[in-house]
Design a protein around this ligand. Structure first.
Ligand code: PMP
Length: 405
Protein backbone atom coordinates (compact mmCIF):
# COMPACT_ATOMS: atom_id res chain seq x y z
CA UNK A 1 0.00 0.00 0.00
CA UNK A 2 1.30 3.48 -0.88
CA UNK A 3 2.49 5.40 2.18
CA UNK A 4 2.81 9.16 1.62
CA UNK A 5 4.24 9.81 5.07
CA UNK A 6 7.29 7.66 4.47
CA UNK A 7 7.70 9.01 0.90
CA UNK A 8 7.82 12.53 2.37
CA UNK A 9 11.05 11.66 4.12
CA UNK A 10 12.71 11.28 0.72
CA UNK A 11 12.02 14.97 -0.03
CA UNK A 12 14.31 16.95 2.29
CA UNK A 13 12.94 20.35 1.19
CA UNK A 14 9.56 19.53 2.71
CA UNK A 15 11.05 19.34 6.18
CA UNK A 16 11.21 23.07 6.87
CA UNK A 17 9.23 25.93 8.32
CA UNK A 18 8.10 29.03 6.44
CA UNK A 19 7.00 32.07 8.40
CA UNK A 20 7.37 29.90 11.49
CA UNK A 21 4.86 27.29 10.24
CA UNK A 22 5.53 23.83 8.81
CA UNK A 23 5.70 24.01 5.03
CA UNK A 24 2.61 22.67 3.27
CA UNK A 25 3.58 22.52 -0.38
CA UNK A 26 0.52 22.53 -2.63
CA UNK A 27 1.99 24.11 -5.76
CA UNK A 28 2.92 20.89 -7.47
CA UNK A 29 1.29 21.64 -10.81
CA UNK A 30 3.73 24.54 -11.00
CA UNK A 31 6.71 22.41 -10.12
CA UNK A 32 7.23 19.39 -7.88
CA UNK A 33 9.92 18.92 -5.25
CA UNK A 34 12.84 16.55 -5.85
CA UNK A 35 13.58 13.34 -3.98
CA UNK A 36 17.05 12.46 -2.65
CA UNK A 37 17.46 9.98 -5.52
CA UNK A 38 17.28 12.83 -8.05
CA UNK A 39 19.49 15.16 -5.99
CA UNK A 40 22.09 12.42 -5.66
CA UNK A 41 21.99 11.55 -9.35
CA UNK A 42 22.69 15.20 -10.23
CA UNK A 43 25.45 15.42 -7.64
CA UNK A 44 27.02 12.14 -8.72
CA UNK A 45 26.92 13.11 -12.36
CA UNK A 46 28.86 16.33 -11.76
CA UNK A 47 31.22 14.79 -9.19
CA UNK A 48 32.05 11.59 -11.03
CA UNK A 49 30.97 11.46 -14.67
CA UNK A 50 30.82 14.98 -16.09
CA UNK A 51 31.99 15.09 -19.72
CA UNK A 52 30.45 15.88 -23.07
CA UNK A 53 28.53 13.08 -24.72
CA UNK A 54 28.61 11.18 -28.04
CA UNK A 55 31.98 12.54 -29.10
CA UNK A 56 35.01 11.76 -26.96
CA UNK A 57 36.85 8.46 -26.66
CA UNK A 58 37.68 8.80 -22.97
CA UNK A 59 36.03 6.97 -20.11
CA UNK A 60 34.19 9.91 -18.54
CA UNK A 61 32.57 10.71 -21.86
CA UNK A 62 31.58 7.08 -22.23
CA UNK A 63 30.01 7.12 -18.78
CA UNK A 64 28.22 10.41 -19.41
CA UNK A 65 26.92 9.10 -22.73
CA UNK A 66 25.76 5.88 -21.11
CA UNK A 67 23.93 7.83 -18.39
CA UNK A 68 22.33 10.14 -20.96
CA UNK A 69 21.22 7.37 -23.29
CA UNK A 70 20.19 5.24 -20.32
CA UNK A 71 17.80 8.00 -19.30
CA UNK A 72 16.34 8.02 -22.80
CA UNK A 73 15.61 4.32 -22.38
CA UNK A 74 14.00 4.97 -19.00
CA UNK A 75 11.72 7.69 -20.38
CA UNK A 76 10.82 5.45 -23.33
CA UNK A 77 9.95 2.65 -20.90
CA UNK A 78 7.94 5.01 -18.70
CA UNK A 79 5.79 6.08 -21.66
CA UNK A 80 5.83 2.60 -23.20
CA UNK A 81 7.28 3.97 -26.44
CA UNK A 82 8.06 1.37 -29.03
CA UNK A 83 11.71 2.39 -29.20
CA UNK A 84 13.95 4.82 -27.31
CA UNK A 85 14.73 6.63 -30.60
CA UNK A 86 11.17 7.96 -30.37
CA UNK A 87 12.19 10.09 -27.36
CA UNK A 88 13.68 13.52 -28.10
CA UNK A 89 15.03 15.46 -25.14
CA UNK A 90 13.87 19.08 -25.03
CA UNK A 91 14.00 21.92 -22.51
CA UNK A 92 10.52 20.94 -21.39
CA UNK A 93 6.95 20.53 -22.51
CA UNK A 94 6.88 23.98 -24.11
CA UNK A 95 9.88 23.25 -26.30
CA UNK A 96 8.49 19.82 -27.22
CA UNK A 97 5.27 21.42 -28.48
CA UNK A 98 7.22 24.09 -30.36
CA UNK A 99 9.27 21.36 -32.02
CA UNK A 100 6.12 19.71 -33.34
CA UNK A 101 4.55 23.02 -34.37
CA UNK A 102 7.59 24.22 -36.27
CA UNK A 103 9.10 20.99 -37.60
CA UNK A 104 6.04 18.80 -38.15
CA UNK A 105 3.20 21.23 -38.78
CA UNK A 106 4.70 24.30 -40.41
CA UNK A 107 6.05 22.55 -43.54
CA UNK A 108 2.68 20.83 -44.08
CA UNK A 109 0.32 23.73 -43.42
CA UNK A 110 -1.42 25.47 -46.31
CA UNK A 111 -3.49 28.67 -46.09
CA UNK A 112 -6.92 27.79 -44.70
CA UNK A 113 -5.75 24.59 -43.00
CA UNK A 114 -7.00 24.21 -39.46
CA UNK A 115 -5.19 23.52 -36.20
CA UNK A 116 -7.50 22.20 -33.52
CA UNK A 117 -6.90 23.06 -29.86
CA UNK A 118 -9.25 23.10 -26.88
CA UNK A 119 -10.61 25.90 -24.73
CA UNK A 120 -8.60 24.64 -21.78
CA UNK A 121 -5.11 24.70 -23.29
CA UNK A 122 -2.08 26.07 -21.48
CA UNK A 123 -0.51 28.99 -23.36
CA UNK A 124 2.31 26.61 -24.33
CA UNK A 125 -0.18 24.69 -26.47
CA UNK A 126 -1.76 27.82 -27.98
CA UNK A 127 0.98 30.30 -28.82
CA UNK A 128 3.28 28.02 -30.89
CA UNK A 129 0.26 27.10 -33.04
CA UNK A 130 -0.71 30.75 -33.45
CA UNK A 131 2.85 31.48 -34.54
CA UNK A 132 2.86 28.78 -37.23
CA UNK A 133 -0.67 29.79 -38.23
CA UNK A 134 0.51 33.36 -38.80
CA UNK A 135 3.41 32.12 -40.88
CA UNK A 136 1.38 29.76 -43.05
CA UNK A 137 -2.12 31.21 -43.29
CA UNK A 138 -3.55 28.32 -41.27
CA UNK A 139 -6.25 29.04 -38.68
CA UNK A 140 -6.79 27.97 -35.10
CA UNK A 141 -10.08 26.28 -34.21
CA UNK A 142 -11.10 25.81 -30.59
CA UNK A 143 -13.04 22.92 -29.04
CA UNK A 144 -15.51 24.42 -26.53
CA UNK A 145 -16.11 23.26 -22.96
CA UNK A 146 -18.98 23.57 -20.50
CA UNK A 147 -19.20 25.25 -17.06
CA UNK A 148 -17.79 22.18 -15.34
CA UNK A 149 -14.71 22.26 -17.54
CA UNK A 150 -15.72 19.27 -19.67
CA UNK A 151 -14.97 19.34 -23.40
CA UNK A 152 -17.87 19.19 -25.86
CA UNK A 153 -17.07 16.06 -27.84
CA UNK A 154 -19.97 16.66 -30.23
CA UNK A 155 -18.44 20.00 -31.17
CA UNK A 156 -15.01 18.33 -31.42
CA UNK A 157 -16.44 15.80 -33.87
CA UNK A 158 -17.89 18.62 -35.97
CA UNK A 159 -14.67 20.61 -35.88
CA UNK A 160 -12.64 17.66 -37.16
CA UNK A 161 -13.02 18.46 -40.82
CA UNK A 162 -11.26 18.01 -44.17
CA UNK A 163 -9.04 21.02 -43.44
CA UNK A 164 -7.91 19.84 -39.98
CA UNK A 165 -4.15 19.37 -40.20
CA UNK A 166 -3.39 18.56 -36.58
CA UNK A 167 -5.12 18.38 -33.19
CA UNK A 168 -3.16 19.58 -30.14
CA UNK A 169 -4.96 18.56 -26.96
CA UNK A 170 -4.27 18.92 -23.28
CA UNK A 171 -4.36 15.56 -21.50
CA UNK A 172 -4.96 16.93 -17.97
CA UNK A 173 -5.81 20.62 -17.44
CA UNK A 174 -3.36 22.47 -15.19
CA UNK A 175 -5.99 25.07 -14.27
CA UNK A 176 -9.09 22.88 -13.83
CA UNK A 177 -7.72 19.38 -13.29
CA UNK A 178 -10.00 17.94 -15.98
CA UNK A 179 -8.79 14.61 -17.35
CA UNK A 180 -9.81 14.61 -20.99
CA UNK A 181 -10.98 11.44 -22.76
CA UNK A 182 -7.93 11.56 -24.98
CA UNK A 183 -8.02 7.92 -26.10
CA UNK A 184 -11.46 8.49 -27.61
CA UNK A 185 -10.45 11.89 -29.01
CA UNK A 186 -7.42 10.37 -30.71
CA UNK A 187 -9.58 7.64 -32.22
CA UNK A 188 -12.00 10.26 -33.56
CA UNK A 189 -9.13 12.30 -35.04
CA UNK A 190 -7.42 9.29 -36.58
CA UNK A 191 -10.70 8.21 -38.20
CA UNK A 192 -10.30 11.41 -40.24
CA UNK A 193 -6.56 11.02 -40.73
CA UNK A 194 -5.73 13.84 -38.29
CA UNK A 195 -2.51 13.44 -36.25
CA UNK A 196 -2.71 14.26 -32.53
CA UNK A 197 -0.28 15.83 -30.10
CA UNK A 198 -1.02 15.50 -26.39
CA UNK A 199 0.24 18.03 -23.87
CA UNK A 200 1.02 15.62 -21.06
CA UNK A 201 2.69 18.06 -18.65
CA UNK A 202 0.04 17.49 -15.98
CA UNK A 203 -0.85 13.91 -16.86
CA UNK A 204 2.53 12.18 -16.66
CA UNK A 205 2.98 12.97 -12.92
CA UNK A 206 -0.46 11.63 -12.02
CA UNK A 207 -1.59 8.91 -14.42
CA UNK A 208 0.11 5.94 -16.03
CA UNK A 209 0.74 7.04 -19.63
CA UNK A 210 1.06 4.48 -22.42
CA UNK A 211 1.67 6.14 -25.78
CA UNK A 212 1.07 2.89 -27.66
CA UNK A 213 -2.27 2.26 -25.98
CA UNK A 214 -3.24 5.91 -26.51
CA UNK A 215 -2.01 5.64 -30.10
CA UNK A 216 -1.03 9.34 -29.98
CA UNK A 217 1.37 10.74 -32.56
CA UNK A 218 3.20 13.07 -30.19
CA UNK A 219 3.34 13.35 -26.40
CA UNK A 220 5.01 16.30 -24.65
CA UNK A 221 6.12 16.38 -21.02
CA UNK A 222 8.30 18.23 -18.49
CA UNK A 223 10.59 16.51 -15.98
CA UNK A 224 10.11 19.16 -13.29
CA UNK A 225 6.42 18.33 -12.94
CA UNK A 226 7.37 14.71 -12.23
CA UNK A 227 10.00 15.10 -9.49
CA UNK A 228 12.86 15.77 -11.92
CA UNK A 229 14.95 18.87 -12.65
CA UNK A 230 13.74 22.05 -14.32
CA UNK A 231 14.59 22.92 -17.89
CA UNK A 232 14.40 19.38 -19.21
CA UNK A 233 11.60 17.40 -20.77
CA UNK A 234 10.85 15.16 -23.68
CA UNK A 235 8.86 14.71 -26.81
CA UNK A 236 7.63 11.27 -27.74
CA UNK A 237 7.06 11.11 -31.47
CA UNK A 238 5.87 8.26 -33.66
CA UNK A 239 9.02 7.00 -35.41
CA UNK A 240 7.64 7.40 -38.93
CA UNK A 241 6.69 11.03 -38.29
CA UNK A 242 9.99 11.93 -36.63
CA UNK A 243 11.79 10.44 -39.64
CA UNK A 244 9.82 12.68 -42.00
CA UNK A 245 10.36 15.86 -39.99
CA UNK A 246 13.21 18.25 -40.78
CA UNK A 247 15.45 19.39 -37.93
CA UNK A 248 14.40 22.68 -36.45
CA UNK A 249 17.71 23.80 -34.96
CA UNK A 250 21.12 23.38 -36.54
CA UNK A 251 24.46 22.83 -34.87
CA UNK A 252 26.57 20.16 -33.23
CA UNK A 253 25.32 16.61 -32.63
CA UNK A 254 22.42 16.88 -35.08
CA UNK A 255 24.68 16.32 -38.09
CA UNK A 256 26.24 13.30 -39.77
CA UNK A 257 28.55 15.37 -42.00
CA UNK A 258 28.98 19.03 -42.92
CA UNK A 259 30.49 20.80 -45.89
CA UNK A 260 29.82 24.36 -46.97
CA UNK A 261 27.74 22.95 -49.80
CA UNK A 262 25.71 20.38 -47.92
CA UNK A 263 24.92 18.92 -44.50
CA UNK A 264 23.77 15.37 -43.85
CA UNK A 265 21.65 15.20 -40.74
CA UNK A 266 22.10 12.70 -37.97
CA UNK A 267 19.47 10.03 -37.44
CA UNK A 268 16.43 10.34 -35.19
CA UNK A 269 16.38 11.40 -32.36
CA UNK A 270 19.79 13.13 -32.52
CA UNK A 271 18.60 15.15 -35.53
CA UNK A 272 16.51 17.15 -33.06
CA UNK A 273 19.10 17.57 -30.31
CA UNK A 274 21.42 20.31 -31.60
CA UNK A 275 24.23 21.49 -29.36
CA UNK A 276 25.46 20.20 -26.03
CA UNK A 277 22.28 19.17 -24.26
CA UNK A 278 21.33 19.48 -20.60
CA UNK A 279 23.17 16.26 -19.78
CA UNK A 280 22.82 16.57 -16.01
CA UNK A 281 19.14 17.42 -16.45
CA UNK A 282 18.60 14.29 -18.51
CA UNK A 283 20.41 12.20 -15.90
CA UNK A 284 18.17 13.73 -13.23
CA UNK A 285 15.11 13.09 -15.40
CA UNK A 286 16.13 9.43 -15.66
CA UNK A 287 16.52 9.27 -11.88
CA UNK A 288 13.06 10.81 -11.44
CA UNK A 289 11.55 8.19 -13.74
CA UNK A 290 13.36 5.39 -11.86
CA UNK A 291 12.10 6.90 -8.60
CA UNK A 292 8.51 6.95 -9.87
CA UNK A 293 8.81 3.40 -11.14
CA UNK A 294 9.59 2.17 -7.64
CA UNK A 295 5.91 2.75 -6.88
CA UNK A 296 2.69 1.44 -8.26
CA UNK A 297 1.53 4.46 -10.31
CA UNK A 298 -2.10 3.46 -9.88
CA UNK A 299 -1.69 3.58 -6.10
CA UNK A 300 -0.15 7.07 -6.35
CA UNK A 301 -3.06 8.14 -8.56
CA UNK A 302 -5.55 6.75 -6.03
CA UNK A 303 -3.79 8.51 -3.15
CA UNK A 304 -3.75 11.86 -4.96
CA UNK A 305 -7.35 11.38 -6.03
CA UNK A 306 -8.42 10.84 -2.42
CA UNK A 307 -6.71 14.13 -1.46
CA UNK A 308 -8.37 15.92 -4.36
CA UNK A 309 -11.80 14.55 -3.44
CA UNK A 310 -11.31 15.52 0.21
CA UNK A 311 -10.08 19.03 -0.66
CA UNK A 312 -12.86 19.64 -3.20
CA UNK A 313 -15.56 18.49 -0.77
CA UNK A 314 -14.15 20.44 2.19
CA UNK A 315 -13.57 23.65 0.22
CA UNK A 316 -16.86 23.32 -1.65
CA UNK A 317 -18.69 23.07 1.67
CA UNK A 318 -17.34 26.43 2.89
CA UNK A 319 -19.80 29.25 2.50
CA UNK A 320 -18.27 31.77 0.11
CA UNK A 321 -15.90 29.36 -1.67
CA UNK A 322 -16.55 28.73 -5.37
CA UNK A 323 -14.84 25.82 -7.09
CA UNK A 324 -13.70 26.50 -10.65
CA UNK A 325 -13.64 23.24 -12.60
CA UNK A 326 -15.92 20.47 -11.41
CA UNK A 327 -15.49 17.86 -14.13
CA UNK A 328 -16.25 14.32 -12.94
CA UNK A 329 -12.80 13.14 -14.10
CA UNK A 330 -10.10 15.25 -12.48
CA UNK A 331 -6.52 14.82 -11.36
CA UNK A 332 -4.12 16.75 -9.19
CA UNK A 333 -5.71 20.19 -9.11
CA UNK A 334 -8.42 22.12 -7.28
CA UNK A 335 -9.02 25.73 -8.38
CA UNK A 336 -11.22 28.05 -6.37
CA UNK A 337 -12.25 31.55 -5.37
CA UNK A 338 -12.76 32.76 -1.81
CA UNK A 339 -15.64 35.24 -1.63
CA UNK A 340 -14.60 38.53 -3.22
CA UNK A 341 -11.07 38.28 -1.91
CA UNK A 342 -8.51 38.68 -4.67
CA UNK A 343 -6.72 35.35 -5.28
CA UNK A 344 -3.33 37.03 -4.74
CA UNK A 345 -4.45 38.11 -1.26
CA UNK A 346 -5.67 34.58 -0.56
CA UNK A 347 -2.29 33.24 -1.69
CA UNK A 348 -0.38 35.70 0.49
CA UNK A 349 -2.56 34.87 3.47
CA UNK A 350 -2.15 31.11 2.96
CA UNK A 351 1.61 31.56 2.64
CA UNK A 352 1.64 33.18 6.10
CA UNK A 353 0.04 29.94 7.33
CA UNK A 354 2.82 27.95 5.65
CA UNK A 355 0.59 26.84 2.75
CA UNK A 356 2.12 27.31 -0.71
CA UNK A 357 -0.43 27.53 -3.53
CA UNK A 358 -0.44 29.26 -6.88
CA UNK A 359 -2.64 32.20 -7.69
CA UNK A 360 -3.15 33.77 -11.10
CA UNK A 361 -4.39 32.68 -14.48
CA UNK A 362 -2.14 29.59 -14.57
CA UNK A 363 -0.92 30.35 -18.11
CA UNK A 364 -4.45 29.63 -19.29
CA UNK A 365 -6.02 33.03 -19.84
CA UNK A 366 -8.76 31.73 -22.18
CA UNK A 367 -10.08 29.61 -19.30
CA UNK A 368 -10.27 32.64 -17.04
CA UNK A 369 -12.04 34.56 -19.83
CA UNK A 370 -14.51 31.68 -20.15
CA UNK A 371 -15.48 32.00 -16.47
CA UNK A 372 -15.27 35.81 -16.58
CA UNK A 373 -12.72 35.91 -13.77
CA UNK A 374 -9.17 37.30 -13.69
CA UNK A 375 -7.58 34.43 -11.77
CA UNK A 376 -8.04 31.61 -9.27
CA UNK A 377 -6.33 30.09 -6.27
CA UNK A 378 -4.99 26.68 -7.18
CA UNK A 379 -3.94 23.91 -4.82
CA UNK A 380 -2.25 21.01 -6.57
CA UNK A 381 -1.23 17.66 -5.15
CA UNK A 382 1.71 15.32 -5.39
CA UNK A 383 2.50 11.87 -4.04
CA UNK A 384 4.01 13.31 -0.82
CA UNK A 385 0.94 15.33 0.18
CA UNK A 386 -1.20 14.06 3.04
CA UNK A 387 -4.62 14.58 4.57
CA UNK A 388 -2.90 16.94 7.04
CA UNK A 389 -1.92 19.16 4.10
CA UNK A 390 -5.55 19.30 2.99
CA UNK A 391 -6.62 20.17 6.54
CA UNK A 392 -4.02 22.98 6.66
CA UNK A 393 -5.32 24.36 3.35
CA UNK A 394 -8.93 24.27 4.53
CA UNK A 395 -8.02 25.88 7.87
CA UNK A 396 -6.09 28.57 5.99
CA UNK A 397 -9.10 29.35 3.81
CA UNK A 398 -11.27 29.67 6.95
CA UNK A 399 -8.70 32.14 8.29
CA UNK A 400 -8.92 34.16 5.08
CA UNK A 401 -12.69 34.33 5.37
CA UNK A 402 -12.52 35.28 9.04
CA UNK A 403 -10.10 38.09 8.24
CA UNK A 404 -11.85 39.48 5.17
CA UNK A 405 -15.37 38.38 6.12
N1 PMP B 1 1.34 22.44 -20.46
C1 PMP B 1 0.77 22.37 -19.25
C2 PMP B 1 -0.57 21.73 -19.11
C3 PMP B 1 1.44 22.86 -18.13
O1 PMP B 1 0.88 22.77 -16.92
C4 PMP B 1 2.72 23.42 -18.29
C5 PMP B 1 3.48 24.00 -17.10
N2 PMP B 1 2.70 24.81 -16.26
C6 PMP B 1 3.27 23.48 -19.56
C7 PMP B 1 2.56 22.97 -20.62
C8 PMP B 1 4.62 24.07 -19.81
O2 PMP B 1 5.62 23.32 -19.19
P1 PMP B 1 7.11 23.90 -19.15
O3 PMP B 1 7.00 25.29 -18.60
O4 PMP B 1 7.83 22.98 -18.23
O5 PMP B 1 7.61 23.87 -20.55
Amino acid sequence: MFDATSVRREFPILDQQVHGKPLVYLDNANTTQKPVAVLEALDHYYRADNANIHRATHLLSERATRAYEGARGLVAGFLNAHDSSEIVFTRGCTEAINLVAFSFARPRLQPGDEILVTRMEHHSNIVPWQMVAQQTGAVLRVVPMDERGVLDLGAYEQLLGPRTAVAALIHVSNALGTVNPVRQMIEMAHARGVPVLLDGAQAAPHLPVDVQALDCDFYALSAHKMYGPTGIGALYGRARLLEEMPPWMGGGDMIASVTFEHTEYNRVPYKFEAGTPNIAGVVGFGAAVSFLQRFNLREIAAHEHALLTHASAALGAIDGVRLIGTAPERAGVVSFLVGDVHPHDVGTFLDRDGVAVRTGQHCAQPIMDFYGIPSTVRASFAMYNTEDDVEALVAGVHNVLRFFG
